[in-house]
Ligand binder design. Structure first.
Ligand SMILES: Nc1ncnc2c1ncn2[C@@H]1O[C@H](COP(=O)(O)OP(=O)(O)OP(=O)(O)O)[C@@H](O)[C@H]1O
Ligand code: SF4
Ligand SMILES: [Mg+2]
Length: 336
């Protein structure tokens, strides 16, 4: 059966555009990313870098005015989801790919109890044993610190934002999908509950042998929960590799800047520095050259004209002209 193993995922040359008054502009430009079976991958990056667009593409769920213009998303057991349509996609979503969309706390049906929606979900996927599905839902909600029976009897407006987010996570896991995509699944929760819930997601991931993708803009969260990390900027994956390696010895100047901005990761509160400048928007992403160059301390002439292709360095992939070249050791300003 296709559901009995953790699937690998291969995103290749994925370009997604949104229609704007200025024409179709790319939110993802030739993105490549591999999710190894059984791993938890985090996607981090500033707002607008394309994290949600990439997560939606894994379900071929980019909505107009957006569309997948080119590329493929090959999922073991499913094939290239970009080529799937209609009924095949509907069946895959939920059953083979469990997901929480961003702002999922607003996506429940206000007119039906959570339990009714759970049964609808089960029926639409031909689940034979609905009582077992309800039992599983209660157990998952209980693990996340909620009274499962009460939540299933509730309408959306009777639940807090944090409770709704946990309902969203339950719905992503309850059909036992082996690929799970979670886009900012815990933003409505306080820091401590957020960490607890993500630890539970990690436990379920390990118990069931899943492949999981978690989008977050909190690198601290990603550090705790993920095996691999993809760093996005301006519609590109600029660095990807094992989380300990990416955070312990970041190679892309953007990754370095992100980490330096976080005291608990940089290890020195006095040294934590916000990344200067702002990330680009769809309209301001440069059409040629490196998308990070306006903020990059290592910018060279080639960066203005040639978009750096991702290159492999051991287990790591980095897209930067300065990486792999002999660079003078960084000298701190105060010692110059
Ligand atoms: N429906 C849309 N119409 C036009 N542009 C869009 C649409 N959705 C997203 N975009 C643009 O595409 C780019 C990528 O957006 P996306 O939502 O994927 O970013 P993100 O990394 O998830 O950001 P955030 O951290 O804010 O969730 C952004 O520039 C965004 O403005
Ligand atoms: S390619 Fe150039 S501008 Fe882009 S991150 Fe590397 S050094 Fe900086
Ligand atoms: Mg997003």
């Amino acid at each position: 059966m296709t559901e009995s193993f953790a699937p690998g995922v291969r995103v290749r040359d994925l370009t997604v555009v949104y229609r704007t008054p200025a024409g179709e502009l790319p939110a993802l430009a030739g993105v490549g990313l591999t999710l190894a079976p059984g791993t938890i991958t985090g996607i981090v990056g500033e707002s607008g870098s394309g994290k949600s667009t990439l997560a939606l593409s894994l379900l071929n769920a980019v909505q107009p005015p957006g569309r997948i213009k080119a590329g493929s998303v090959d999922i073991d057991g499913l094939g290239d989801v970009v080529q799937l349509g209609g009924d095949e996609l509907r069946r895959a979503r939920g059953r083979q790919v469990g997901y929480v969309f961003q702002a999922a706390q607003n996506s429940l049906n206000p007119l039906k109890t959570v339990g009714k929606q759970l049964l609808d979900l089960g029926r639409s996927h031909d689940v034979a044993d609905l009582p077992a599905l309800v039992g599983e839902a209660r157990a998952l909600l209980g693990r996340m610190g909620l009274d499962g029976g009460r939540v299933l009897d509730s309408y959306q407006h009777e639940l807090s934002g944090g409770m709704r987010q946990r309902v969203g996570i339950m719905l992503a896991l309850v059909l036992n999908a082996h690929l799970v995509v979670l886009d900012e699944p815990t933003t409505a929760l306080d820091m401590i509950t957020q960490a607890t819930i993500l630890r539970i997601v990690k436990e379920v991931h390990r118990e069931r042998g899943l492949t999981t993708l978690i989008v977050t803009h909190d690198i601290g969260v990603a550090a705790e929960v993920t095996d691999c990390l993809a760093v996005m900027y301006g519609g590109r994956v600029v660095e990807h590799g094992p989380t300990t390696a990416v955070l312990g010895s970041p190679r892309h100047p953007y990754t370095r800047g992100l980490i330096r901005a976080i005291p608990r990761l940089s290890g020195d509160i006095d040294e934590a520095r916000a990344l200067p400048g702002r990330p680009p928007t769809l309209g301001t992403i440069p059409a040629e050259g490196c998308v990070f160059r306006e903020r990059c301390p290592l910018r060279m002439a080639v960066c203005d004209t040639v978009d750096p292709a991702p290159a492999a360095y051991g287990e790591r992939t980095v897209a930067c002209h300065a990486v792999g070249q002999p660079v003078a050791p960084a000298v701190r300003k105060e010692y110059v």
